[in-house]
Design a protein around this ligand. Structure first.
Ligand SMILES: Nc1ncnc2c1ncn2[C@@H]1O[C@H](COP(=O)(O)OP(=O)(O)O)[C@@H](O)[C@H]1O
Ligand SMILES: [Mg+2]
Length: 241
């Protein structure tokens, strides 16, 4: 089976610091994979490398078999990779719908097409009822959903979510989990950075663990939480699933 995304021996240095160190992994289509590890492990840098926001020092990224590591971010977006950022930043003087339309202009010039796609995206994250609201009226969970809707409007095959549930209460995070499961069921492939292990265990079919830039473990959630290296470097030896 070919993978939707394959990262091969990917490395990125900043001066003397090796932020991502010879990392390889692959994502099967329609799966949800979690990228986990302590702060500074290289997770966001990995996202930047996959999304074309940064070039690797060495190594390769294949999307649908095509090498993309030297592809500019707007082209990466157009071929089907979308991302959200750790910090949510809606455009304040635009409505929720207008914000969600922004993503659609990556593939269409038609305002009508963009509006129609934006409604779809808002619907799939449960925000359609607030389409006309101003973004400063949104709660934090809604602003996170809007970031996802913006990303969905680009019509991605792969969605990269960087700590999209950070700062949410458990019940709010549970709402996001349901949305992500529905998206994966409808054919989207998701790679997410997530710190709450309970959420990772519930949502991810596989997990990649980074530590000091290197991959130290990979497998099902159950496998990685039982891995001594993961317990030692990230979860703590007192961790119980
Ligand atoms: N643009 C940058 N310039 C210099 N160092 C960076 C840059 N981006 C990230 N780093 C460093 O690379 C390491 C990995 O960072 P990051 O990928 O943000 O980790 P994570 O998302 O896992 O917390 C950290 O030590 C960070 O300080
Ligand atoms: Mg990060």
């Amino acid at each position: 089976m070919t993978s939707l995304l394959e990262v091969k021996n990917l490395s990125r240095s900043f001066g003397g610091l090796v932020a991502v160190n010879d990392v390889s992994f692959a994502l099967e289509a329609r799966s949800i994979t979690a990228l986990i590890g302590p702060n500074g492990a290289g997770k966001t840098t990995c996202f930047n490398l996959v999304a074309g926001a940064m070039r690797p020092t060495s190594g390769q990224v294949f999307f649908e078999g095509r090498s993309i590591e030297n592809t500019p971010p707007e082209i990466v977006c157009r071929i089907g990779i979308a991302r959200t950022f750790q910090i949510v930043r809606p455009m304040r003087d635009m409505s929720v719908l207008e914000n969600a339309m922004v993503g659609a202009f990556s593939w269409t010039k038609s305002v009508n097409e963009a509006r129609s796609k934006a409604y779809d995206s808002l619907e799939s994250v449960g925000l359609a009822g607030k389409a006309d609201a101003r973004t400063d009226q949104l709660t934090l969970p809604d602003r996170k959903m809007l970031e996802m809707a913006k990303a969905l409007s680009t019509r991605p095959k792969l969605l990269l979510l960087d700590e999209v549930m950070a700062g949410l209460r458990p019940t709010e995070a549970a709402g996001v989990v349901r949305v992500l499961q529905k998206l994966a069921d409808s054919g989207l492939t998701i790679l997410l950075v997530e710190h709450v292990m309970r959420i990772v265990m519930e949502i991810a079919s596989s997990v990649v663990v980074l530590h000091h830039g290197a991959k130290i473990a990979e497998g099902s959630p159950r496998e990685v939480v039982a891995d001594p290296r993961v317990l030692e470097s990230y979860l703590g030896t007192g961790f119980h699933a």
